[in-house]
Design a binder for this molecule. Structure first.
Ligand code: SIN
Length: 275
């Protein structure tokens, strides 16, 4: 891809690029928006620096890529249900995304992508890791690819969400959390590449195989996806933005900065049913 208006600086051969020449606080023209979209397709996760987004400009940027998603468990700030707070400080007992996952993969139609803006970051630590699930799939043996072909897996939000967000939701006893069956290997709707689509947070079991077999295969796939060969590691600064393609990557937030504060907001773009 020949980029004319943005500068794309790849961070590894397989995943991640830092983008220059874009001001996300202002409406993007068609060419810039197209190039950002192409960079996301090419690099699976893209990063921007020095973007002082507010909720409106954050949502406007997200809407260039599709309708916005409302999180099934975590409420947004007043008047902004599509904004997901990502916050940890000295009072926190958990953080969002501490294990590898693709966001809300338990939805029938899991998100296309997520755009995280952090305004406050610790002096050290708090990086996010991203792993390329297309590269992870490509690296499997032909025998394993043939075994996984056609398998589906159950993804469930219940065990992840129920009772977890007591600081934000006082009583979730009436809430129904999403669950869905998805192919273990999905085909990316835009690039046509195959990607592994199981993760340790939401994937409960591979369907139609014995329990021990499901557990063993999932354990192997999770270990495989955690291989650093497929990774990029992002070091945040205040007002950095990460935009990842949930159909092509998993990510993991590292909580190595307690009791310091790390804070910002995420906008999530709706996706379609994995095939
Ligand atoms: C998440 O969206 O899973 C959180 C990622 C992060 O805080 O780095």
């Amino acid at each position: 891809m020949q980029y004319e208006v943005i500068k794309v600086n790849p961070m590894t051969a397989r995943i991640g690029a830092e983008i220059e020449g874009v001001d996300l606080t202002k409406p993007l023209d068609n060419r810039t928006s197209h190039e950002v979209h192409e960079a996301l397709k090419e690099h699976c996760v893209i990063f921007f620096r020095d973007q002082e987004l507010d909720h409106d400009s954050h949502k406007a940027f997200g809407r260039l890529f599709g309708e916005l998603h409302v999180h099934p468990a975590i409420p947004g700030p007043e008047g902004h249900p599509e904004i997901l707070p990502i916050h940890a400080d000295k009072t926190s007992t958990y953080i969002a995304g501490e294990r590898w996952h693709s966001d809300v993969s338990c939805d029938e139609e899991p998100p296309l992508g997520s755009i995280l803006h952090l305004h406050t970051v610790p002096e050290f630590g708090g990086d996010t890791l991203f792993s390329n699930m297309c590269a992870a799939y490509d690296a499997l043996s032909d025998r394993m690819k043939a075994y996984l072909d056609g398998l589906t897996a159950r993804h469930d939000g219940e065990q992840q969400y129920r009772g977890r967000y007591k600081d934000m939701v006082s009583d979730d006893s009436r809430m129904v959390y999403p669950s869905a069956d998805h192919p273990v290997v999905r085909t990316h709707p835009e690039t046509g590449r195959k990607a592994l689509f199981v993760n340790p947070i939401f994937t409960m079991r591979i369907n139609d195989v014995p329990r021990l077999e499901s557990e063993s295969i999932l354990r192997m796939l999770h270990e495989h996806c955690a291989n650093a060969d497929f990774h990029v590691r992002f070091r945040w600064k205040p007002n950095s933005v990460a935009f990842w393609d949930n159909r092509a990557v998993q990510h993991l937030a590292i909580w190595d900065y307690f009791p310091n504060t790390r804070s910002g907001y995420r906008v999530t773009v709706k996706g379609d049913r994995p095939v």
